[in-house]
Write a protein that binds this ligand. Structure first.
Ligand SMILES: CC(C)(COP(=O)(O)OP(=O)(O)OC[C@H]1O[C@@H](n2cnc3c(N)ncnc32)[C@H](O)[C@@H]1OP(=O)(O)O)[C@@H](O)C(=O)NCCC(=O)NCCS
Length: 164
């Protein structure tokens, strides 16, 4: 059955999903979520390197099952946050988990006076674009004081920034 996002949201209301930030989640938990979403661009090996490089990790757990993760690192002299990889397991998508992880990250940044969150998404990834735009992200035009440390990106990729 194909439920709309809001119908799925209602179904989720009885479930306890906990979002937390840590550096010590079991690597397998993160791999089980992100590898199926980002293959073949990522292999098990490159994903491990990316997980190791993340200085902040947020995960959504239901009981012992990890359903979503965001890997991020500090970026530049202004100490913005760069979201390297972000995903929710396919079977758990559309229930509001991505929105909750993102909200938690934004609150964390606000509390610590982090000036921005930066990320890259593919221009055809409408679901992700909608999620980010709803959260207030805007297409980044390279002209701000925060340009100096931002990663390069290729064609078909949209740089998005949320000023906190
Ligand atoms: C993008 C992603 C993280 C969103 O996570 P999610 O938990 O599914 O997102 P949410 O349930 O919070 O929904 C957020 C928005 O996404 C869109 N969305 C979610 N499920 C959708 C579906 N089945 N069909 C269309 N749009 C959908 C909606 O715009 C929704 O907003 P709404 O509340 O107005 O309906 C998830 O889809 C994912 O992991 N995708 C694959 C990996 C990826 O693309 N990561 C981002 C790379 S930058």
């Amino acid at each position: 059955m194909d439920l709309s996002s809001s119908e799925k949201g209602k179904q989720l209301s009885g479930r306890l999903i906990r979002i937390s930030r840590d550096r010590n989640y079991p690597v397998n938990d993160i791999e089980n979520v992100l590898l199926p979403l980002f293959q073949p661009a990522h292999t098990e090996e490159t994903l491990r390197v990316t997980i190791d490089s993340a200085t902040h990790i947020w995960c959504a757990y239901e009981n012992d099952q990890c359903l979503g993760c965001a890997l991020a690192s500090d970026i530049g002299s202004h100490r913005g946050l760069y979201v390297i990889l972000f995903g929710v397991s396919q079977s758990a998508q559309g229930f509001g988990i991505g929105t909750r992880i993102l909200t938690k990250m934004i609150k964390w940044c606000r509390k610590r006076r982090r000036p921005f969150i930066f990320l890259l998404t593919e221009s055809h990834n409408e679901r992700a674009l909608r999620l980010y735009r709803k959260a207030g992200f805007q297409k980044h035009s390279p002209s701000s004081i925060y340009d100096e440390p931002l990663p390069d990106y290729g064609d078909g990729v949209i740089p998005l920034m949320l000023l906190i």
